[in-house]
Design a protein around this ligand. Structure first.
Ligand code: UDP
Length: 327
């Protein structure tokens, strides 16, 4: 198929671009490079553009005879979304609607959308199934939920077929070690801990150790970025008019912040200084996926379930690229 990957120069998008190409698809990345990296995309495969540029999107879809879209482009920082919701509603909601309209104009009706566990808010039950009520607790979660709903409505009214894939904590890097996570500023646990291992940071601060969990630190479900990519490939195969797929993508195993830091110590062989700070607002104590629906609907099983293996792939990238993609 001919696929346009929106946000294809970003962390998860660039890994998907690679897996799609390896699977024999014809792939282009469409990215405004606000957070994406030119070097994360193979030569000649990047189209620079913004979600809000409707005519450019329509032209890109038509000229490249695109069959399906994968939409990774979004702002994704919870705290920032609380401080500046306009930014999130503009980009994540208005931008996504602009993409859907361009798709209608170009008669492209298949889309895989990056959704998130943040659409659930504070879950009633762990592990989280798709039956959990979606009640976000921040603008980021709402911005993703609105798009999920728009996709459902477009599917009924306009013959779209979509998959909304609800990621847990995306982590790791391509085992090849040449693409990986590079955010400015970095806010995610694993890259921050590895920056301490590299000597770029003094210490890692654990955000709260008074949670109702065995070691008092938050538990998350870390899912490898290539496992996310493989789920996208499988979802793509299922898309047809009227198809609606809404599934969780997690490894199904939870690790506490302290367990992650310990795994980083084992993988890197470095000491890694740790401090304890206050809780970060908006952090639920535990988020772990029940990913059995993804297994049943897509035939997806994550290949990485061990945190050490995930961290090892991340470390390969960070050690070889201490400055990320550079300027
Ligand atoms: N975390 C932490 N210190 C940090 C960054 C993150 O203790 O410097 C914790 C955070 O509170 C959460 C977990 O690590 O419980 C994962 O956070 P991250 O920001 O990587 O992903 P999120 O769960 O917010 O999507």
């Amino acid at each position: 198929m001919r696929i346009l990957v929106i946000g294809g120069a970003g962390y998860i998008g660039s890994h998907a671009v690679r897996l799609l190409s390896q699977a024999g698809h014809e792939v282009w990345a469409y990215d405004n490079l606000v957070y994406g990296h030119r070097r994360a995309v193979p030569e000649g495969r990047l189209i620079e553009g913004d979600l809000h540029e409707g005519p450019l999107l329509t032209r890109t879809l038509k000229e490249n005879k695109i069959d399906a879209v994968m939409h990774f482009a979004a702002f994704a920082q919870v705290g920032e979304s609380v401080a500046d919701p306009a930014k999130y509603y503009q980009n994540n909601v208005v931008g996504s609607l602009s993409l859907l309209e361009a798709m209608r104009a170009a008669d492209v009706r298949k889309i895989v959308f990056s959704s998130t566990t943040a659409t659930y808010g504070v879950p009633q039950q762990i592990p989280i199934t798709e039956a959990e009520i979606q009640k976000p607790i921040n603008p980021y979660g709402y911005s993703k939920l609105v798009v999920e709903q728009a996709l459902a409505d477009y599917t009924k009214a306009y013959g779209f077929g979509y998959a909304a894939l609800r990621y847990f904590n995306a982590s790791g890097a391509s085992p090849a070690g040449d693409i990986g996570e590079d955010h400015t500023p970095e806010t995610h646990l694993i890259p921050l801990v590895l920056q301490v291992a590299l000597g770029q940071r003094e210490a890692i601060t654990v955000f709260g150790q008074d949670y109702p969990t065995p070691d008092g630190t938050c538990i998350r479900d870390y899912v490898h970025v290539d496992d996310l990519g493989s789920a996208h490939l499988m979802a793509l195969d299922k898309l047809a008019p009227g198809v609606e797929i809404r599934v969780n993508l997690g490894s199904g195993r939870g690790y506490s912040v302290r367990e992650v830091i310990d795994a980083c110590r084992r993988v890197t062989g470095k000491e890694i200084k740790e401090l304890v700070g206050p809780r970060r607002p908006g952090d639920p104590p535990e988020l772990v996926a029940d990913a059995s629906l993804a297994r049943r609907t897509l035939g997806w099983t994550p290949r990485y379930t061990d945190i050490e293996e995930i961290v090892a792939t991340a470390w390969r990238w960070h050690e070889a690229h201490p400055q990320g993609y550079g300027k």
